[in-house]
Write a protein that binds this ligand. Sequence first.
Ligand SMILES: [Zn+2]
Length: 390
Amino acid sequence: MYAIKIEIKLNNKERTKLAQHAGYSRFVYNYALGLYNQIDHKEYKFNTSKKIDTIKKLFTNYTKKEKEYQWCNKLSSRVYQNAFRALKNAFSRFFKGLGSYPRFKRKKNSCSFTVDSSNGKVLLPAGKSIKIPTLGTFRLKEALKHSYISQTFTVSKIADKWFVSFAVEAEKIPPLSHEITKPIGIDLGGKTFATLSDGSTIESPMPYRKAKTKLANFQYHNRHQQLGNRKQGIKTSNNARKSLKKLAKKHAKVANVRADFLQKTTTKLCQKYGHLRIENLNIKGMMANHKLAAAVGDLGAYEFKRQLLYKAEFFATKVDVIDQWYPSSKGCSNCGAIKTDLTLSDRIFRCNECGLTIDRDLNASVRLEKAPNEVVVDRVGYARINACGQ
Ligand SMILES: [Zn+2]
């Protein structure tokens, strides 16, 4: 079994609907846990599963029918079935010593719910939408590349985004063949968007660069436009309003080109390569690395890494994340000597020790490819390979 997780595209109505279901799930879970905690366990000696079943009966036959809980009946009943199941699992993990005693769920750190199809497994055809049992059809951010069969679906909110995840059987997963299986380092930023240690490069999309230049020009030419200020009693001029509208449109266009580029690039990389190695990205590391800082501001290295890691699991591509303090740019990819006099403007890396002369970005990518295992801070995509028995 393996889980697939994809972002759902929602309108406001759908967003409200999902939030209501998450609230329902939380309510039922807390209701059951609250009653469970009140049970006199010395008196009532059944096992946990039976105790929870009794609470469930109480909920179904009495609580759910009370007037103040009528709202429950407007939502998918699979939510509460699964909330009870989740509580059973939480207790089972606790008694096996695998988890802590179940705690009440709070809105701020628990916004998810599970539904399933009560008539067995359902077919999910490839494409840009998904039919979630008892909830309806939703649009997906990224198309399902293959058809899948699954029964249980978990919907969760992370930051402001909603995702659906479901388990599929290993046989239904796309083939695990990659054109290139040896480790390949990816250096982000620099002259191109990315440089790979097999010598290939990924260019930023032309329309993006064009749109960005246009955007900058537009902002410059409209720099004197009078914006409104209510306190000072200044109204926004009509021209300013028009140009603001145009500006928003141009911003959206740039964002679209970028999103499309990142989606396609990360998919292609995971389809082609079986093992990738990238530099870790975090605020500290990026501040220390001017080149990355620029790349992040520009084409979203951060988003690139997020998508790459998430797709890696799906395509069974192993990804090693290398410590951001590992000197990828300053070290020689041939002899390992550290070059202290390398400046940001040096496009060519010349090693003072072994004489290697190589493109700066390519050197960094080879350094990442060869980085020792001690500097690997995270590994992704390995579980999937185990799940498939390879
Ligand atoms: Zn060297």
